[in-house]
Every structure is written in C-alpha cells, then in structure tokens.
Design a protein around this ligand. Structure first.
Ligand SMILES: [Mg+2]
Length: 376
C-alpha cells in the first residue's frame, strides 16, 4: 500500500480530574494525533509523549519536531506491505520511540481496515475480553484515596493500582489494606526510590501486593535485580524497558517478575509484540500500561492487550474516567464486571470523532502539500 497523505495535529483536552504521580500533576492533556491516508482509507495513531520530559525524555514538542522534520517527509509516497517494515525506515533516528510509535500504530490501523480485519486480529490477538484495572493518582488525603478506590470497585474494576512516592507510601498502603483486605492491589513508584531504600521498600511485603512497579531509577536494570533479590513482592518494570533487548537483559539479571508494556515507550506495536513474545518465552506475565491516552490511543491499547501473554489486568479503562467527551465514538466502555470487549469492526473499531477533533485542534501540518499551521 502507498501512503498519499499524512496529517499531524495537536489537540488539547482537559482531564475530568487532575492526575498526580511522583513526578507531577496533569490537568489538561496536549496530545498529538496522526492520520495516514492510503489505499482509500485512513489510519489513526496517538502519540503518548507528555507535556514535559518527566515520564521519559520525549515531550509533545520534541515529538512534533521529529515527526514534522524527519519522519513524516519520509513516509509520504512510501509503499509498504506490512507495518512491521516501518521501524527499518526510521532505524537511523535514535530514540524518539513515542514519535515513531504513533506512526507505526496508525499504519497498523490502516492495514487492518484495508484487509477488513479488526486490528486486534491482525496483531495476532486471541483474547475476546480484556481485564481492566485502574491507576489512581496521588490524592489529597488517605480518606480521599479510600473513597476513590471504593468508587472504582463499584464500577467493576478488577485491580487497583495506586501511585506512591516517599511520604505517601507504606502507611497509605497499610490503610488501604485495612479497608480492602482482599482486593488485587499494586503500587507504582515511577522511579522515586533508590537501592538504599531497600529496607523501607521491604515493608511492602506485608501487604500481599500483586507487584511494585518501577521502584528504582527509570533507566536502571541492575539495582532492580539487587532489590528483587531482597524483597518478596514481584517487581514490575515499566520505564526501564525501552525495547526487546532491555527486556532480554532484565530477564537475564532477574530484575523483575512482571513487565508493563506500553507501545509508545517501546516505539510501536512491532516492538511491543516482540517484548510480549520474549516475556512469554521467559514465563514473565505482562499487562498494558496507560499514558492518559484519549480514545484513539486507548483503542490501540485494547487491540494490543488481546495478545495471549497479557494475562494480568492492565491500566486500560473507560474513556469517561479521563475525558468528558473523548476523541472516539462510541467511547471506550467497561462492562459491569470489569472487562472491555474488543470490537469486531475493522481497524481500531472505534470511530475518531472528526468534528470534535477539529474543534480541539490547536495546530496541524499536512504532508506532502499545502503545509499549514493553525493557531498556537
Ligand atoms: Mg508505571
């Protein structure tokens, strides 16, 4: 298939409520969306880079720069048989995985539509329903957190993840466990601790957690392996895994027992699938992480989560938890018992809400012709 036209745009969408992690707060999302036209159809992708370089080095603005200056000019008039050829086209560009990943994701959507297949089937998925968990940001008080958990459980979510940081950790988890002795519970530190905190972190072993996610530095494997040898709770790696080679090294040094897969962090669906397969061979279960995606990114996560080794509930949840009006119709919904059913329609299976997306757009660029910038 040949690519005729690509449109990159930035939209701004307010979150229903502020989301706080160990590295800051988010109230409004700036999101890049890409649409690729080819073969009489349109594929969509969403870049998960944040406003600032806090989760990873990439930001909305670095992704915009790399996409408009380097990647999009290459992709126009490019012909491909499989989206798996895309990483080779950008191999000389180091890093910038979130920028690359949204393009590759859009190519997968495009091809799935061209073949009249649901994207999840094209990816090789087999799961007919996705188990959903939620990620709860740092709250203003323990009481507010308990109330929030109660509400999410009532909505059917199967696993609760709470963000922790020094000063909001062991005592908070103890209170949560006292109130909810049985629920599947985990914590995510987003790299807020160091190996010197091993004794402190060992206290989490008292709470029967599913896992502790990324306790140590965002770029570390070795200290995590030392920590895993000292604590019972399974370590799950998120930020530390940038590609399949990191995943292989993490397995080799036993730095974790579980992995979080985010296609943006890994540079696209191909690499995400590679990490999934490698983990499956190594007996490491995986789950799909979230990046406050709007509906388009969320739909891609649903498709990815149908792969067999996504055996733990992920952070893929209903769009309404994050946005009053999402970028797709119908919005992503969760069943009363906490599942998302992958759609049977071809491609993403959720329709981008174009009039709404147009309204939210603050700048856009068109390739190959009539480059235009709006607003900002
Ligand atoms: Mg995480």
């Amino acid at each position: 298939m040949k690519i005729n036209r690509v449109i990159l745009r930035e939209i701004r969408l307010p979150l229903v409520e502020l989301f706080e992690t160990s590295f800051g707060r988010t109230q409004e999302r700036r999101v890049l969306l890409v649409e690729i036209h080819g073969g009489g159809t349109v594929g969509w992708g969403e870049c998960v880079a944040g406003e600032g370089p806090f989760y990873s080095e990439e930001t909305v603005d670095t992704a915009w720069l790399i996409l408009t200056q380097l990647i999009l000019p290459r992709i126009v008039q490019w012909s491909f048989e499989s989206p798996t050829e895309f990483p080779e086209l950008c191999r000389d560009i180091r890093g910038h995985r979130m920028a690359k990943g949204c393009l590759e994701a859009a190519l997968w959507d495009l091809q799935a539509q061209d073949l009249h297949l649901p994207l999840w089937k094209l990816l090789g998925g087999t799961r007919e329903k996705i188990a959903c968990g939620v990620s709860i940001g740092i709250q203003t008080s323990p009481a507010a957190l308990l109330e929030k958990i109660e509400q999410e459980l009532q909505d059917g979510y199967q696993r609760i993840k709470i963000k922790v940081k020094p000063g909001w950790d062991v005592d908070i988890v103890r209170q949560v466990r006292e109130h909810f002795p049985e629920i599947p519970l985990m914590v995510d530190a987003n790299g807020a601790y160091s190996l010197e905190d091993a004794d402190h972190l060992r206290q989490f072993d008292d709470f029967d957690l599913l896992m502790i996610e990324q306790p140590l530095s965002y770029d570390d494997l070795l200290d995590h392996s030392k920590l895993q040898a000292q604590i019972e709770t399974a370590i799950c790696l998120d930020e530390s895994i940038r590609h399949a080679r990191d995943a292989a090294h993490a397995c080799e040094v036993q730095a974790c027992k579980i992995m979080n897969i985010k296609m943006g962090r890994l540079g696209g669906p191909s690499e995400a699938r590679r990490v999934h397969d490698l983990c499956q061979e190594q007996g490491i279960p995986v789950w799909c992480g979230g990046m406050l995606e709007t509906g388009i990114g969320r739909a891609h996560n649903i498709a990815l989560s149908t792969l067999e080794n996504f055996s733990l509930p992920g952070d893929v949840s209903a769009g309404k938890r994050y946005y009053k009006r999402d970028t797709v119709v119908p919005p992503v919904e969760v069943t009363a018992d906490g599942f998302i059913i992958p759609p049977q329609a071809s491609g993403l299976g959720y329709e981008p809400d174009r009039p709404w997306i147009d309204e939210l757009t603050v700048r856009s660029e068109n390739f190959p012709d009539s480059r235009q910038s709006r607003g900002l």
